[in-house]
Design a protein. Structure first.
Length: 215
């Protein structure tokens, strides 16, 4: 615990049965590069006159593999779950490849690029492309399945790595933990996921443990 942080509120989230390794090395690398860039920019501005405002293009949109707050669950089909199984196995491969590349990197920028290649915002669309799945349907199925399995994990109904301290959880999270996560789904989708849970849960657990500990 850092000095002066004794009074800080505890997080309700933790990993079950393992110590979560910190992302500090990656964050420090990115932060250090950002600070050096800001310092160089400051020196450059001191030597030159301020440029006139220019219209720069906006940053590219980020495709997220995490569900947005209030996003409606996707009514996935059997074909979508087939794609999810193949895609998540591919994402595990992509994450491991990014780890190996980061370990072999010789510069901070190479390590940062390798780390970013392992983020789900990179592996999810890449996996969809690799297996020939529709990217939009794959991402929507991924987000919906992930929320259900995460809730089941928090509830202790599957042997995943996630735990939630209910005493520290928000009211919204407490309500989520007391509800049936399958009830949020389209009935046909819920039936499909329940039918395949024994196959799907181990893949999700493997990916979650891998990225939580090594991400």
């Amino acid at each position: 615990m850092l000095p002066g942080s004794e009074s800080a509120p505890s997080s309700p989230y933790r990993l079950r049965g393992m110590h979560r390794q910190s992302r500090i090395p990656i964050v420090a690398t990115l932060l250090g590069a950002g600070l050096l860039g800001l310092a160089a920019c400051g020196r450059e501005k001191a030597r030159t006159a301020s440029p006139s405002p220019s219209s720069e293009p906006p940053p590219p949109a980020v495709v997220t593999a995490q569900a947005d707050v209030g996003e409606r669950p996707f009514a996935f089909t059997a074909a979508d779950l087939d794609a999810w199984e193949r895609g998540m196995k591919k994402e595990i491969e992509l994450f491991k490849a990014a780890q190996a590349k980061a370990a072999a990197a010789k510069t901070p920028s190479e390590r940062a690029a390798a780390a970013q290649a392992g983020f789900d915002t990179a592996t999810a669309p890449e996996a969809a492309k690799a297996i020939g799945a529709d990217p939009d349907r794959y991402l929507k199925t991924r987000r919906t399945v992930d929320r259900v399995l995460e809730t089941l994990d928090f509830q202790g109904k599957i042997p995943g790595p996630k735990e939630m301290n209910r005493e520290l959880a928000s009211d919204e999270m407490k309500q989520r933990l007391s509800a049936d996560p399958f009830a949020e789904l389209d009935p046909a989708s819920a039936a499909l996921l329940k039918e395949r849970l024994d196959r799907i849960a181990p893949i999700w657990i493997q990916y979650t443990e891998l990225t939580a500990v090594n991400g």
